[in-house]
Ligand binder design. Structure first.
Ligand code: NDP
Length: 313
């Protein structure tokens, strides 16, 4: 039987609606949450991401500001930009779009962001809050993964969860959130032995690897829930055929654009999984929705308001 499709676009829309309502409520009290996005240089992918973030802010009523320091900026110049944003009361969230140019010490810059305004949740202070189950900023993509699971009524407590990938941005925080939700969590990476065997134990399998279609059907226990975080571009005809032969819709996109997006999960997994997130339209839309959520959360926390944690499952 074909897997249930977990529609990230719909879930993200629902969250954006909730955030917009919250922004309205705050406006009645004279508060307008504000997000500052810092974009250095002209990386085309970064420019697209930042445009999406600014547009999403407009839609939910968050004030947004794009700062574009010169590509030649030094670490010290970047630190000065961050310090100014830390000081400003109308800025609740600070997002530094990565990657930064090579001459800038990215770790130093991220460390300079006030943890209370760290809407990406990358500051070590927020990492510590997450691991000790204290209120803080949770990284957007893993928080989005939890929202998909929660809003799709996938049980987590006592379930076997396997996360493939251990990045600070996705894999590790996703594992921590699943652990906090009482799943039994295994984290896999490039040195894991018998990866397919470990993955087959999973009731919930999260793939955050960055390798097109790597998770094939032999990695998946029949009926498991599969969350595909990967976003990979297929541009090669042979590779396209390997994944999408006979798929008329994908074929049309490939012919038109010269590329299609694929996750880390092979399309054939939809034949064995119980539920699965599509790519595109799965985890991706949640990332921006959770950024909006985090900005409003930061605005409330900075003003001492109690915050309802979305991801408490
Ligand atoms: P990273 O490259 O930082 O991490 C990849 C992880 O996968 C590493 O831990 C690596 O292991 C592991 N890995 C790589 N190859 C293998 C392998 N053959 N077997 C087992 N594990 C392997 O990537 P990110 O976490 O930043 O991103 C992962 C994916 O998610 C990417 O496709 C990215 O584009 C996508 N992404 C999507 C977002 C969204 O909004 N949907 C947001 C952020 C990311 P090791 O540590 O041993 O090297």
């Amino acid at each position: 039987m074909a897997a249930r499709i977990l529609n990230g676009t719909e879930i993200a829309q629902e969250i954006r609606g909730e955030v917009a309502a919250e922004v309205k409520r705050l406006a009645a009290g004279g508060v307008r949450p504000g997000l500052a996005v810092v974009l250095v240089g002209h990386n085309p992918a970064s420019e697209i991401y930042v445009r999406g973030k600014v547009k999403a802010c407009e839609e939910v009523g968050i004030y947004s500001e794009k700062l574009t320091p010169a590509e030649s900026s030094t670490t010290n110049e970047m630190l000065a930009v961050i310090e100014e944003l830390n000081r400003r009361d109308d800025v609740d969230g600070i997002l530094v779009q990565l990657p930064l140019p090579p001459q800038v010490d990215a770790k130093k810059v991220l460390l300079a962001v006030d943890p209370a305004k760290d809407v990406d949740g990358f500051h070590p202070m927020n990492v510590g809050f997450l691991s000790t189950q204290r209120p803080g900023m949770v990284p957007c993509t893993p928080a989005g993964v939890m929202e998909i699971l929660r809003r799709s009524n996938i049980p987590l407590a006592g379930q076997e969860a396997v996360v493939v990938g251990r990045s600070d941005i996705v894999g590790k925080p996703a594992a921590m959130l699943l652990l906090n939700a009482n799943a039994t969590v295994t984290v896999c990476h490039s040195k894991t032995r018998d990866l397919a065997g470990v993955c087959r134990r999973a009731d919930i399998l999260v793939a955050a690897i960055g390798r097109a279609g790597m998770i094939t059907r032999d990695f998946v226990k029949p009926g498991a829930t599969v969350i595909d975080v990967g976003m990979n571009s297929v541009t090669d005809e042979g590779e396209f055929q390997k994944f999408f032969a006979g798929n008329a819709k994908k074929d049309e996109t490939f012919r038109k654009k010269g590329s299609v997006l694929i996750g880390d999960v092979h399309p054939e997994v939809a034949e064995v999984a119980g539920a699965i997130t599509p790519v595109p339209g799965g985890v991706g839309p949640l990332t921006i929705a959770m950024l909006m959520f985090n900005t409003v959360k930061a605005a409330k926390m900075r003003r001492g308001e109690r915050v309802r944690e979305l991801s408490k499952v």
